[in-house]
Design a protein. Structure first.
Length: 406
């Protein structure tokens, strides 16, 4: 496998503290199992909800020298193609719920909004966000589901197909110059000028409530995954990809609060060209990565960490990795072509970073030892998207997603 020769880099987090209780430093006010109960009671009532599959990559586990690799395949989530369907749309619901209460009504459940019960309040509201594709699609979908307006900002290099995937839900899509972080700033400025509500998947000083709801929504996916592992077994290692860190923090917080010091060894994997979490871990504080952040892993092309995600990852993540684009592409092809048996999996560019990181680490004896990987290791990785950019997928894999999936 050519992946073994690709660039990668591992940083063991000196601030990781296994003995530290989850509750403390306000972590439990950011994400909690109690708030996940509320998420579950809402999202599981939405039409089209079903747990996404947990795929066992048994042949790949064999050749990688571990006992199991479980791949949580988010490609079918609510027909939106990614795990982001859980976050943005849930945050839109929470925001609208809050506005209905401010208008003097009792707190509605999502089924009330879906039935159009408070349409007079809700249709006056506009939600907005910046996106590299998946989050904006979720916000646009949530806005249409619950009956408000959406204006979604995309940056220079977001593909046409990602743009039309957002517009199909009736959202106005605005393309702005610069990178993702510049689109974040534009959304914030225009929202302030127009009285719109920002539904961002990243947090910054003074803006944490909505991204917290976004991240809390993601936790439903981890909850499903653990329930799907046969015989109630728990993973020994979790490799999760990072953009702003919201997804990784959500997974990490769930495992930390539920399993304490017995939680799996937790590794965050990023593209080498957008390594803000890796560099923040090295510096011991959030670090901004400037520039084009030019990686094929579009969902991970972020230069600034989410401050509330960092609050969890700074002590909860055991290691950080950065990988080159070639290993992501190689992993996509491997999941499509299944040289190690099993059924093909359609995985997008950002879906495979965690798995690619593990495969690279598993080939290196020193890194295996450092990360505690051995024949008994049981891996959980999150395949966060299907072919959300179909043209890019075909270019990389050589066949369309439909041809691979059938
Ligand atoms: C498919 C996919 N995976 C992973 C991520 C990373 O999530 P986060 O930015 O919360 O770290 C994203 C973000 O957009 C994504 O679209």
């Amino acid at each position: 496998m050519t992946i073994a020769t690709s660039f990668f880099d591992v940083f063991l987090n000196p601030s990781a503290d296994r003995k530290l209780r989850y509750a403390g430093d306000d972590r439990e006010t950011i994400l909690s199992l109690a708030a996940l109960d509320e998420v579950r009671s809402e999202i599981t009532t939405w039409t089209g909800y079903h747990p996404t599959p947990l795929v066992s990559l048994a042949g790949l586990a064999d050749v990688s020298g571990v006992a199991r690799i479980d791949y949580k395949d988010e490609g079918s989530r609510f027909g939106l193609g990614s795990f982001k369907a859980l976050g943005g749309a849930y945050a839109v619901f929470r925001l609208l719920q809050g506005e209905v209460v401010k208008a003097g009504y009792p707190a509605p459940a999502s089924r009330d909004l879906l039935a159009g019960k408070y349409a007079a309040v809700v249709r006056e509201m506009t939600v907005t966000c910046a996106t590299d594709g998946n989050h904006g699609r979720s916000v646009a979908w949530g806005a249409r589901l619950f009956g408000c307006r959406a204006v979604i900002y995309i940056h220079e290099t977001v593909s046409k197909s990602r743009e039309s995937n957002i517009a199909q839900y009736g959202a106005e899509v605005r393309r702005v110059p610069g990178n993702y972080d510049e689109a974040v700033r534009r959304a914030a400025t225009d929202a302030a000028a127009n009285g719109w509500f920002v539904v961002s998947d990243t947090s910054y000083e003074g803006y944490t409530t909505v991204p917290r709801d976004v991240m809390q929504g993601y936790a439903l996916m981890v909850d499903e995954a653990l329930a799907q592992i046969p015989n109630g077994a728990l993973p020994t290692h979790v490799f999760v990809q990072g953009g702003v860190g919201g997804l990784a923090a959500s997974v990490c917080a769930y495992l930390w609060e539920r399993l304490g010091e017995h939680r799996p060894f937790f590794v965050v994997v990023e593209p080498d060209k957008a390594d803000c979490l890796f560099r923040s871990a090295q510096a011991g504080e959030p670090v901004v990565v400037e520039g084009a952040l030019d990686t094929i892993m579009a969902g991970l092309a972020c230069g600034e960490v989410s401050v509330i995600a960092w609050k969890i990852l700074e002590k909860g993540a055991d290691a950080f990795m950065r990988i080159g684009d070639d290993s992501a592409a190689e992993t996509m092809r491997m999941l499509a072509n299944t040289p190690y048996g099993g059924s093909p999996v359609v995985a997008g560019e950002s879906a495979v970073a965690g798995l690619a990181g593990f495969l690279l680490a598993s080939k290196d004896e020193t890194i295996r030892r450092q990360l505690g990987i051995d024949m008994k290791s049981e891996l959980l990785v999150i395949g966060t998207e299907g072919a959300t950019d179909p043209e890019m997928y075909e270019k990389i894999v050589g066949r369309s997603a439909a041809a691979v999936g059938s």
